[in-house]
Write a protein that binds this ligand. Structure first.
Ligand SMILES: *Cc1c(COP(=O)(O)O)cnc(C)c1O
Length: 434
């Protein structure tokens, strides 16, 4: 399968090139040339398949032409060493818990898949590849842990100094080995900008091999479709679907997760409606209401993994629907929540149902309570474990109420190692050339 650039100003490339390069030569994002549909019968029996079996079927439709099937199966099964269960919260609202991986956030799925696919493509070559990743919190840890110890790959994590939570920080600053954390004086957008500049720097790219592991990489973003299919299967298995319409709400920042869901739906997965749940960073919310798209600097919120002012995957959404505002605003409904509302939702959901949302999932939950109609079932993506945001969550529900899962506690005992850097491109460039 070939991959084209959303800017359509550069020739199509192979999967291998798309994965290694990350970003297209014309600064666009790669998209698969075709989206293969499943037969409707697949969905009639999907509840008889396991998560891994479903994911492999989906992976075959993306990568089956380019990766031998034995290997692909191995990559899928090895990636999904943890479950993504669907948990009932109210009579009509379910939580798709994506926080059971090594770093307790949904990005584990894409990051682990990408590390394994990149390793597959690089295995025969004797090259050192540099993975650059800008993070507002959870990407860094997922990518660092996904790639930890993978030979021939060095990961450089750029994060905004003082703007990620302690728990997020320890997950990518304490690993050592092939992982280096760069503490940038600036915002997440500055970090993302540095990474983009490095990719566009011709001279630099002649000297070092760079690739991206942000959600722009097709090997990270497409596998996120796996758990949408599995969620449907598990709800069907539990007898919940039963002729009801499915509405899925996605707490969104860079919009990679939502785009993967849209692609799943294009493949035939019966999702009636998508919701994009935003925090105060509301560029896409505004676009959905007005048709005007005005990227701008991000603002800090308590749902900080969604603090994105210029969502990179928006280009893919535009491309998927031929830039039609009408179509996009039909497919996606927008909701926006400010910090005070998010706190209130965490509190009320906990009081009323005993379910503890993290600040991102809370946006998803609330949008469903506002949107759902009779005969519909809502699923929100619980994108991180609430313990990753203990301070915020305990502020709302009371001290000592959030239990730290073992996996997180283990990170807290490690020693922080990082390199501090200003946000000037020249500094970053010098570091990469060293
Ligand atoms: C990354 C992240 C998001 C946003 O996902 P996108 O794919 O960038 O839209 C939401 N919640 C959490 C916890 C995240 O880590």
């Amino acid at each position: 399968m070939k991959y084209y650039s959303t800017n359509k100003n550069t020739p199509e490339v192979t999967l291998q090139e798309a994965v290694v390069k990350g970003l297209a030569a014309d600064n666009g994002l790669f998209m698969p040339e075709r989206i293969e549909k499943f037969d409707p019968e697949f969905f009639e029996k999907i509840d008889q398949l396991s998560f891994q079996e479903i994911a492999y079927e989906v992976a075959l439709r993306f990568f089956g032409e380019d990766v031998d099937h034995e290997h692909l199966k191995e990559i899928v099964y090895d990636t999904l060493q943890f479950d993504c269960p669907v948990v009932k919260v109210t009579d009509s609202i379910y939580s798709l818990e994506l926080f059971h991986g090594p770093t307790l956030a949904f990005k584990d799925v894409g990051a682990r898949f990408m590390a394994r696919l990149l390793n597959y493509f690089l295995e025969e070559k004797d090259q050192q590849v540099n993975v650059l990743v800008a993070t507002s919190g959870d990407t860094g840890s997922a990518v660092a842990n996904g790639f930890l110890g993978v030979e021939g790959i060095h990961v450089h994590v750029l994060y905004p100094k003082g703007k990620v939570s302690k728990i997020q920080e320890v997950q990518f600053t304490t690993l050592g080995q092939n992982i280096t954390a760069l503490e940038i004086e600036g915002t997440f957008d500055d970090c993302q900008h540095l990474v983009k500049m490095a990719f566009l720097d011709k001279e630099l790219n002649e000297k070092v091999i760079l690739t991206s592991a942000n959600s722009i990489n097709v090997a990270r973003f497409l596998p996120q479709a796996f758990y949408y299919f599995n969620a449907y299967a598990r709800l069907k298995e539990a007898g919940v679907i039963n002729g009801k319409e499915l509405v899925v709400s996605v707490p969104s920042g860079n919009f990679g997760n939502l785009t993967a869901g849209l692609i799943a739906a294009e493949m035939g997965l019966p999702i009636k409606q998508f919701i994009a749940a935003n925090n105060a960073n509301d560029v896409v919310f505004e676009y959905l209401q007005t048709g005007k798209y005005n990227p701008r600097p991000s603002v800090e919120t308590i749902a900080n993994a969604m603090d994105v002012g210029a969502p990179s995957n928006f280009a893919r959404i535009l491309d998927l629907y031929d830039h039609s505002h009408q179509l996009i605003s039909e497919k996606i409904k927008g909701f926006r929540y400010f910090d005070e509302e998010i706190r209130k939702v965490i509190y009320e959901v906990y009081q009323q149902t005993n379910y503890l949302c993290d600040p991102h999932g809370a946006c998803g939950f609330q949008s469903l309570t506002e949107f759902l109609k009779d005969g519909q079932i809502g699923v929100f993506l619980e994108t991180a474990h609430p313990a990753k945001f203990t301070e915020t969550v305990e502020d709302v529900i009371g001290k000592g109420r959030v239990r730290l899962p073992k996996k997180l506690a283990a990170f807290m005992t490690g020693e922080k190692q990082s390199i501090e850097m200003d946000s000037a491109y020249e500094s970053f460039r010098k570091y990469l050339l060293k």
